[in-house]
Ligand binder design. Structure first.
Ligand code: G3P
Ligand code: MG
Length: 247
């Protein structure tokens, strides 16, 4: 039975360590987070890795689109120094390496499938295939994506892994139909732009509602009062300390 937490470290704990790295996941665990979220895409030669952008420039010293590069071309890129000097030497992790760290720290995970252009099917299949070989705990995993194709494929090939419908800022009119069709276990919304009336509307689905990416404790408490169940946050320690106590 899926047990979603109140706090999910976003891209690890990306206010404190370079996003989507093993160090960021470890930092989230050290700060007391019990779950983390990270973004998964494929290299050209189908290695699932943790990376948010389609391109390498923002978070590494590499250049170009991940779709055009093999794993051996990106594995030694510098992915920590851009964040701070202390993280020099940190690299882009593979999904497999990230799962090892999750298991080491007994963390739950929201794997966000974030395919590059044209790679929705491959990314989902490769990531879920790897997961099915090394992950056994169905209570502590949620597969999400903004890309409906990814969630459809996940439903087809690994129906027993819980899925989360990741909604963009502009909530699509057909969200309830999508949630039903994809048989999702959570709805993940942009908590910074959400209005209370949209929140009420989404709560009609009677599914856990998770808000991304909430770093302001006042906003977290407001969303809690509106009925939000959990938060993706870059600062898991700060949000944890400031939530309203519930039972
Ligand atoms: O899954 C929640 C959040 O990570 C979605 O947005 O752009 O940070 O991946 P993004
Ligand atoms: Mg994400």
């Amino acid at each position: 039975m899926l047990k979603l937490p109140k706090i999910i470290g976003h891209r690890g704990a990306c206010a404190y360590a370079p996003e989507n790295t093993l160090e960021s996941i470890r930092t989230a665990a050290d700060l007391g987070a019990t779950w983390v979220e990270f973004d998964v895409k494929l290299t050209r030669d189908d290695v699932p890795i943790l990376l948010h952008d389609d391109t390498l420039e923002r978070t590494t010293n590499g250049h170009g689109n991940i779709n055009d590069l093999d794993y051996e071309e990106i594995q030694y890129l510098e992915a920590g120094a851009w964040f701070s000097e202390g993280f020099t030497g940190v690299s882009i992790p593979t999904l497999e390496e990230a799962i090892d760290v999750l298991l080491e720290h007994d963390l739950g995970v929201n794997i966000e499938i974030k395919p590059s252009q044209g790679r929705a099917e491959d990314t989902t299949k490769v990531a879920l295939d790897l997961l099915s070989q090394i992950w056994t705990d169905h209570d502590k995993i949620l597969i999400s994506s903004f890309d409906i194709t990814c969630l459809e494929i996940a439903k087809d090939i690994a129906n027993d892994w819980a899925r989360g419908l990741l909604l963009p800022e502009e909530i699509p009119a057909e969200w309830a139909h999508m949630a039903e069709h994809l048989d999702v276990r959570s709805i993940n919304v942009n908590g910074n732009t959400l209005t209370q009336s949209d929140c009420n509307y989404l709560l009609e689905a009677e599914l856990p509602l998770l808000a991304y990416t909430i770093n302001d404790p006042d906003r977290a408490r407001q969303l809690q009062r509106w009925g939000i169940d959990g938060f993706f946050t870059d600062v898991p320690d700060v949000i944890e300390e400031n939530l309203i106590e519930t039972h």
